[in-house]
Write a protein that binds this ligand. Structure first.
Ligand code: CA
Length: 234
């Protein structure tokens, strides 16, 4: 962590003053240092000058389209990016997830939701539990719960925080089929229950990373009309 006074540093790119005020207070409670930018242009400038540990990016900015800001952030700093958006802006969220944003917060959100997302992206292994079960091993895919590591054919796979949460949940519950809405609730929490596109987008992204042929998955399979499951091959 490179933040001021040993605290992680969050860059908030947000033009809505209500959220700026809320985030200023919440980030202080969570013991984050914070820098605020009211426009995409200013945010990109700050990203280079302060080298944040994490970026909170509003999807509706006054000057530059948020996805363009995101693409430039990716090019200029390696901090994880959490998108923030009002629930009615589903296209924006789906587009952001497809663009590779690390996670997202639906507005309005509360302190606990904010801190949970920040911890998830900063310490990508929120579930590196004590007494974790042995790794899930199946046909070249390995999910190590204790170290939060995923390998395919022995090679490590880089998953975002949310991608890992989804895969971990399915690996813990191997060979069980889950409806998309169930997965959203289990992986993201009940407040996201309406956002079923999350499952579709994330299943696709995880498949791209763990399947030899994402179009004909062997691990993360679809049960048509029902949902998804992670299959354990003997
Ligand atoms: Ca806005």
């Amino acid at each position: 962590m490179t933040g001021r006074g040993g605290r992680p540093l969050a860059l908030v790119i947000e033009d809505d003053l209500r959220y700026v005020r809320q985030l200023r207070a919440d980030l202080a409670v969570g013991d984050f240092a914070a820098v605020f930018a009211g426009t995409g242009g200013q945010g990109l400038h700050e990203a280079i000058s302060v080298a944040p540990d994490v970026v909170l990016l509003d999807l509706g900015l006054p000057d530059i389209e948020a996805l363009s800001v995101f693409a430039q952030l990716r090019a200029s700093c390696d901090a994880p990016v959490i998108a923030m958006s009002a629930r009615e802006d589903d296209d924006g969220i789906a587009g952001a997830l497809e663009a590779g944003i690390d996670d997202y917060l639906a507005k309005p959100f509360d302190l606990d939701q904010l801190l949970a997302r920040l911890r998830a992206v900063l310490w990508r292994a929120p579930g590196a539990e004590v007494g974790a079960p042995p790794p899930f091993e199946s046909d070249g895919l390995s999910v190590d719960f204790a170290g939060a590591e995923v390998t395919v054919g022995g090679r490590p796979v880089a998953l975002s925080a949310a991608e890992f949460r989804l895969l971990r949940f399915l690996a813990r519950n191997r060979d069980r089929v889950f409806r998309p809405a169930q997965l959203v609730e289990e992986v993201w929490g009940p407040e996201y229950a309406g956002d079923r596109h999350l499952t579709r987008v994330y299943v696709g992204r995880v498949r791209e990373k763990i399947e030899r042929d994402p179009g004909a998955p062997r691990h993360l399979v679809t049960r048509p009309g029902v949902g998804y499951m992670l299959r354990k091959h003997e």
